[in-house]
Design a binder for this molecule. Structure first.
Ligand SMILES: NC(=O)c1ccc[n+]([C@@H]2O[C@H](COP(=O)([O-])OP(=O)(O)OC[C@H]3O[C@@H](n4cnc5c(N)ncnc54)[C@H](OP(=O)(O)O)[C@@H]3O)[C@@H](O)[C@H]2O)c1
Length: 332
C-alpha cells in the first residue's frame, strides 16, 4: 500500500457530488456513498482500495458504508478501512460519516448473529476496534430478527447513541410493518431512526410500494444499496463473464446463474436506452434511483477508481422523461 502522505483536493466541496438532507434530521449525506462490502477485504487489491477512498473523498463523497461482516474474510473490510483511515485520513475524521452494522452471522455460537442486545453491542465494540475508532456515525440493525423483541434490538441501538458510541442509528432490510414499529420505538427512546437502508435498483423495486413512502412520511432518510444489481446493470456481462468480475469470483455474492438469457436480453435493451440518453448503463442505473424524491443517497460498491468516476458522472443527467421511465419499468 502506498505510504505517500495524502493531501485531499481543496476543491472537494466546490466540485462535489452534492448533498441531500437525510429525512428531517440535521445530517446531510452525499448523493453517492461508497460501500465497502466486496472491495476492501483481504482478497481485494489494497492499492485500489486506497485510491478509491482518496478519489471518493476528493469528490466530496463523505459517507463510507461498512458492516461487521464485510470483506473476505468477514471483518477484514473494517480492518483494512481502519488502517487507511489512520494513515491517510486521521485529520479528516470530522468530515466523514462512517457507518457499520450487525445482524448477519459473524462469530460462532448463539451471540454472533441476529438482533439481541448481546450481539449488537459486542459487535459494535469489535467494529470500533477493527476500524480504530472511538465512535461510528451511523450504526444499523442489519436485518430484522423475528426471535428477539423489537424493543430489545431498538434499546441496544438507543443505548449506543446515549453512550456516544454511535451518533445516529438506522435499520436495514426490515419488513415494512416492523420498520413502522422500529421508528416508533426509537422515537419514544429519544433516539429517532435516521435512515433506512434497503436494496434498490431497476431490477429490485419492491421498496417503492411501502418502505419508501413510509420513510418519507416519518421524516426518515432512505439509502439504496446495490444500484447496479451487483454489476448486472452495466455492459460488462453482455458478452460473457469477464475474468475479474464479481460473477467470476468464487467468494462473490453474485451467482452466475442469475445471468440467464432473459436477463441478458433485458440488460441489452436497457443498454440501448442508456446510449440514447448519452449515458453508460451503469450511469443510467445510478441516475434512475434518484427519480424517487425520498432517496437521500445511493451506495455504490465499485471495484476501481474508473468505475467510481463513471458512477459519479451519472449525476450529470438525472432527468428522465415519462416515456423513458415507462420503457425502463417494462424491463425491470
Ligand atoms: N444493508 C445491506 O444488507 C447491504 C447489502 C448489500 C450491499 N450493501 C451496501 O451497498 C454497497 C453497494 O452494494 P453492491 O456492491 O452490491 O453495489 P453495486 O454498485 O450494485 O455493485 C457493485 C459492482 O458493480 C460493478 N460496478 C460498479 N460500478 C460499475 C461501473 N461504473 N461499470 C461497470 N461495473 C460497475 C462492480 O463489479 P466488478 O466487481 O465485477 O467490477 C462492482 O463490484 C455495499 O458495498 C454495501 O456497503 C448493503
Amino acid at each position: 500500500m502506498s505510504e505517500n502522505r495524502y493531501v485531499p483536493s481543496i476543491n472537494r466541496y466546490k466540485d462535489s457530488v452534492g448533498y441531500n438532507r437525510c429525512g428531517n434530521s440535521g445530517l446531510m449525506l452525499p448523493k453517492i456513498s461508497l460501500g465497502l462490502w466486496h472491495n476492501f477485504g483481504d482478497v481485494d487489491n489494497q492499492d485500489e482500495a486506497l485510491n478509491m477512498l482518496q478519489f471518493a473523498f476528493d469528490h466530496g463523497i463523505t459517507h463510507f458504508d461498512l458492516a461487521n461482516n464485510y470483506g473476505v474474510p468477514a471483518g477484514s473490510a473494517e480492518t483494512n478501512f481502519g488502517k487507511i483511515l489512520k494513515s491517510n485520513f486521521s485529520s479528516y475524521r470530522d468530515e466523514m460519516i462512517i457507518s457499520t452494522k450487525a445482524g448477519h452471522e459473524m462469530w460462532p455460537g448463539p451471540y454472533g448473529d441476529w438482533g439481541s442486545r448481546k450481539y449488537l453491542i459486542s459487535s459494535l465494540h469489535q467494529s470500533l476496534k477493527r476500524m480504530q475508532l472511538d465512535y461510528v456515525d451511523i450504526f444499523y440493525s442489519h436485518r430484522y430478527d423475528p426471535n428477539t423483541p423489537l424493543e430489545e434490538t431498538m434499546a441496544a441501538l438507543s443505548d449506543m447513541v446515549k453512550q456516544g458510541k454511535a451518533l445516529y442509528v438506522g435499520i436495514s432490510k426490515y419488513p415494512v410493518d416492523k420498520a413502522r414499529e422500529a421508528y416508533r420505538i426509537l422515537r419514544e427512546n429519544g433516539t429517532p431512526c435516521l435512515i433506512n437502508q434497503d436494496r434498490y435498483s431497476i431490477f429490485t423495486r419492491e421498496i417503492e410500494q411501502d418502505v419508501l413512502p413510509l420513510a418519507g412520511e416519518n421524516g426518515i432518510g432512505f439509502i439504496g444499496f446495490s444500484p447496479l444489481s451487483q454489476g448486472m446493470l452495466s455492459d460488462k456481462y453482455l458478452h460473457g463473464i469477464p475474468e475479474n468480475s464479481r460473477a467470476a469470483q468464487s467468494h462473490g455474492f453474485l451467482q452466475q446463474s442469475r445471468l440467464t438469457p432473459e436477463v441478458i436480453d433485458k440488460i441489452s435493451k436497457l443498454n440501448e436506452i442508456a446510449a440514447q440518453r448519452g449515458q453508460t448503463l451503469a450511469q443510467m442505473a445510478v441516475a434512475w434511483c434518484f427519480h424517487k424524491p425520498q432517496v437521500t443517497s445511493i451506495i455504490v460498491g465499485t471495484s476501481s477508481v474508473k468505475q467510481l468516476q463513471d458512477n459519479i458522472d451519472s449525476l450529470k443527467n438525472l432527468n428522465f422523461s415519462d416515456e423513458e421511465l415507462w420503457r425502463i419499468g417494462e424491463l425491470g
